[in-house]
Design a protein around this ligand. Structure first.
Ligand SMILES: NC(=O)c1ccc[n+]([C@@H]2O[C@H](COP(=O)([O-])OP(=O)(O)OC[C@H]3O[C@@H](n4cnc5c(N)ncnc54)[C@H](OP(=O)(O)O)[C@@H]3O)[C@@H](O)[C@H]2O)c1
Length: 308
């Protein structure tokens, strides 16, 4: 697979990342299908692996850690990204609500938990999962600096941040934030118009695209969607994808990933399938070259109307 440097860092990533959200819905799945998916992704050339402390209630990081314990040499050929900041209801006290928490104490404790589960000494990319309404940028940066000084994290990024929130945190942070991980796909175009991708290009921040296939709706179908994704209307997009995919000789999902790769911001789609054959098929996306006309035909199908 081709590579791309993440933001202003020196971290070289595969052009597509592999997302571990769905690899361990149960402990058993983590040991079986999850393990097979991780090994298939490594074999297929993915080098950036995306996690969060909460994926599968921490089972995803644990399943990944088990693979690394089994074959420690794999660590050398990959970048490990994970996230913190979302806290479930009932933790640590029964009356605690679902919330976001960027307190220094929580960031540091969450990072140490991830390091333990992933069985690594350093996280390559540590991301804040969803903007905390109570974010104090100086407190966040103090936590980042401590984690960096201790060698626990190499680079930092954010996820689901608005451009103004990225600017606010970056203003307080002495080193560059290297990614903003956001939902972007043919079924969800907000980032093209709300300044997110413009900021990424202007500031050399790599956009990581989550749900690049709208949870499966743009490909062979969804297993589990986030609530708002249920409402995505994709019929016209799928029709246009099918027409073009046939001429490229690829699956429609692969073409939907190639559509993201063409954008000059250097979008890195995070592939979320747990099926080895789909994980492999997705890698063909970085060999496809859509013309401007093909790209805009898909955009028109996604918008449901001609551009003004
Ligand atoms: N930062 C955030 O807030 C956030 C939120 C959500 C996700 N993420 C990250 O983004 C990653 C990807 O998200 P996602 O899983 O929603 O991505 P996605 O690629 O949009 O959806 C993957 C789902 O689509 C199905 N699918 C059907 N056909 C497919 C095909 N041809 N190729 C690939 N998948 C196909 C998969 O099922 P099968 O397994 O059966 O193939 C899987 O359930 C996650 O793993 C996570 O790392 C981040």
């Amino acid at each position: 697979m081709k590579t791309i440097t993440l933001g202003k860092s020196s971290l070289p990533s595969s052009r597509l990342a592999y997302g571990c959200w769905r690899i361990a819905e149960t402990e058993d799945a983590g040991r079986t299908t999850g393990r097979a998916a991780i090994l298939a992704a490594i074999e297929a050339g993915y080098t950036l692996f995306d996690h969060a402390d909460i994926y599968g209630k921490s089972r995803a990081e644990a399943a990944f850690g088990a693979v690394l314990r089994e074959t420690p040499a794999l660590r050398q050929q990959m970048l490990i990204a994970t996230k913190c900041g979302i806290r479930f209801a009932g933790e640590p006290t029964p009356d605690a609500p679902f919330r976001y928490d960027f307190s220094a104490e929580h960031i540091i404790r969450a990072c140490e938990g991830s390091l333990r589960r992933l069985a690594v000494e350093t996280i390559d990319l540590y991301q804040l999962h969803r903007p905390d309404w109570l974010m104090d940028p100086h407190e966040v940066v103090a936590a980042f600096e401590q984690l960096r000084r201790q060698g626990k994290v190499r680079e930092f990024g954010v996820s689901n941040f608005q451009p103004s929130q990225v600017a606010l945190l970056q203003k307080a942070c002495p080193f560059p934030l290297v990614v903003n991980q956001v939902e972007v796909s043919l079924a969800h175009l907000d980032c093209f118009q709300d300044g997110t991708l413009d900021q990424c290009q202007a500031e050399q921040i790599t956009p990581l695209a989550w749900s690049p296939l709208a949870g499966g709706k743009l490909a062979e179908g969804a297993r589990r969607l986030l609530p708002w994704q249920e409402n995505y209307r994709v019929d016209a997009i799928v029709t246009e994808l099918d027409a073009q995919a046939q001429s490229f000789g690829v699956a429609r999902g692969t073409l939907a990933l190639a559509w993201l790769l063409k954008h000059p911001a250097g979008i890195v789609p995070i592939v979320g399938s747990t099926q080895p054959e789909k994980i492999r098929a997705a890698t063909q996306a970085d060999q496809l070259h859509l013309s401007r006309e093909q790209w805009y035909r898909l955009l028109e199908a996604a918008r449901g109307e001609r551009l003004p």
